[in-house]
Ligand binder design. Sequence first.
Ligand SMILES: [Zn+2]
Length: 263
Amino acid sequence: MAALDFETHGEVVRVRLSHWRSRLVGYDVSAYLHRGALVDTGFPAAARDVARLARDKGIGAAVLTHHHEDHSGGVGALAASGIGVAMAPATRDALVALTRVPLYRRITWGAPRPPGALPAAALPGGLTLIPTPGHCADHHAVWDAERGILFGGDLFLGVKVRIAHPEEDPRLLVRTLEAIAALEPAELFDAHRGRVPNARDALRAKAAWNAELIAKIDARIDEGWEDAAIRDELLGGESFSGWLSGGEYARISFVRAVRRTKR
Ligand SMILES: [Zn+2]
């Protein structure tokens, strides 16, 4: 059983989802109700609760920001309830190709199941998907252009995020953040942080902070530094989640991602 907490922000309802194992490591994730749609679908251990909520609220369709299991965990249960889930083709491909996720993620969120047949679903009315790669290749923001409301998924997370998954591309993320800030969203809802005050400034601040950090890492790579030494010097050593995830969701992964994407 997952815990569901509700916050109302104008016409947007934040559904904050957690369960005891995710709270133990300090994580929760949010889905959003907006314009009769559900944005993101929570984690596998919350799937039945999310599907029940969607039925109770008369949700017509859902839409995914990306394939990670804390966003896509409800896809199968929603489909079984007759609620279609729209997503980018790249997200569909990633879900279908799903292999086992690392143990710490299975413990935190529950084990994702292969979604089986994913019936194609139309995007909910008034919403569009904007490619926002960086966090992962299939990442998209859900944009309500009429109201200037952006559902950022894992685009933002915070200004100074020093940890990364191995597949992240921090340089691409900087370009994405600048492009999304240029849209001048009036509101930004983040999948982990909730409503982000001063959305445009926050996106620009994150882009600037990351660009500066990447430049410092590049300089040390050019000087021949090892990854762990760069991490210790610039990121203050390894993080709790870095240890917990065996170096997967970690500060060392941020440094490696910068090195991997260096020209
Ligand atoms: Zn993610």
